[in-house]
Each structure stands twice: as structure tokens, then as C-alpha cells.
Design a protein around this ligand. Structure first.
Ligand code: 5GP
Length: 184
């Protein structure tokens, strides 16, 4: 509420603690909180998308006993790479389509994965990761989001896939440039 900057009534910039400068104590708490929520599940890998997700995915993985983190790479051009699973994602903030890819060596049918990302808007990034998990026959144990913009339809889209979704901060909307949270 203090440091977020609202842009165009729909985008929240959190560069001072999550997306550019990193507040390490906060990231550690984020890691602990996702672990506490998902700890009963047998998770073998934390999966995120470069770049912002990587930092707190590492903390989550540390709490799960130092399991691997895999970050999907973003690719603008369509290079046909048979060694990767891939999916197209439309970027809400950049207004363009890109591809996310994970090397086939790093996700497989034995994996039970937890997806982690910084923001949930229309769910495109997570739907892309779900598509990759499907291609790899991996089991998706859940999705952890740091900031969910609940006025967009990402939650609905993920819940339609019957995936356990846990968001730490849920934003109802922006009023006069200020964040208003969903009342739990
Ligand atoms: P979605 O795929 O759910 O439509 O959008 C989520 C992705 O877009 C996140 O990975 C994040 O990078 C970016 N994004 C969406 N909305 C925001 C926002 O309000 N602020 C920031 N910083 N990133 C956002």
C-alpha cells in the first residue's frame, strides 16, 4: 500500500521490493508462507517464469528441503526446438505474445510441481505452464501467486482447471491510485 505505484488503473508497479529491488526478508517470508500452505503435498520441483519469479521460487524451494527450481524461459521468436516443451503466452503488461519453454530434461512424468509467480492478472502465464505440465505428464500440485489482481479473470481460469490456487495478496481494485484489498 505504501510503495506500490498504480499505472493505467490496472497495473501495479512493485519495483522497490519485488520486481527490481528485492526485499530479501519479504521474499523469505513469501517462501515460508507458500511452504506452510503446500507442505502436505509431495512437491518435487518449483516452477516459475523468468525473471521476477526466480528470486522467491528459490526461497520456496529452500523451505521444501532444497528441491530444484526450474524457470521457464521466455522466447519472442518461434525457434522450433524439439528438446523443449513450449506454450504460447499473451503478456498483459507488454501487450504481445511470447513463448515459454522448459527443456524436456527438467520436467517429466515423475514430477509433482508447484507453480510460483509474482502476479496473476488474466492467468495467461500460469495457463502456459499448465500446458507445459500437460505435455510433460507432470502432476500439478498447486499454484502460488504473490499478488493476485482479483478484478481480472486469472483466478477463474485457473480454478476451472481444478488447480489449488493460493494468493498471498488479493487486490479488489485501485481507487484514486491506491490499492484496495479483497476482504477475506
Ligand atoms: P497473466 O499471465 O496472469 O495475465 O499476467 C501475469 C503476468 O503478467 C505476471 O507474470 C507479471 O509478470 C505480469 N503482470 C500482470 N499484471 C501485472 C501488474 O499489475 N504488475 C506487474 N508488475 N506485473 C504484472
Amino acid at each position: 500500500m505504501e510503495e506500490g505505484v498504480v499505472i493505467d488503473h490496472t497495473i501495479l508497479k512493485v519495483d522497490s521490493f519485488l520486481n527490481h529491488q528485492l526485499d530479501i526478508s519479504l521474499l523469505e517470508e513469501i517462501g515460508k508462507e507458500f511452504y506452510t500452505y503446500f507442505k502436505e503435498k509431495k512437491i518435487t520441483k518449483i516452477i516459475t517464469i523468468e525473471t521476477s519469479g526466480i528470486a522467491f521460487a528459490v526461497f520456496v524451494a529452500t523451505y521444501f528441503g532444497h528441491i530444484p527450481v526450474v524457470f521457464a524461459r521466455k522466447q519472442e521468436s518461434k525457434i522450433n526446438n524439439k528438446d523443449c516443451y513450449s506454450s504460447k503466452v499473451y503478456s498483459f503488461t507488454k501487450d504481445k505474445e511470447y513463448e515459454v519453454r522448459i527443456d524436456k530434461r527438467f520436467i517429466n512424468a515423475e514430477d509433482h510441481v508447484l507453480f510460483i509467480d509474482d502476479f496473476l492478472a488474466n492467468g495467461q502465464a500460469i495457463l502456459g505452464l499448465l500446458e507445459i505440465a500437460k505435455q510433460a505428464n507432470a502432476t500439478v500440485e498447486g499454484v502460488g501467486i504473490v499478488i493476485e489482481k482479483s478484478f481480472q479473470n486469472g483466478r477463474k481460469r485457473i480454478e476451472e482447471k481444478e488447480v489449488d490456487l493460493y494468493s498471498l495478496a488479493r487486490i479488489k481494485g485501485f481507487v484514486n491510485g491506491k490499492v484496495v484489498f479483497v476482504e477475506e
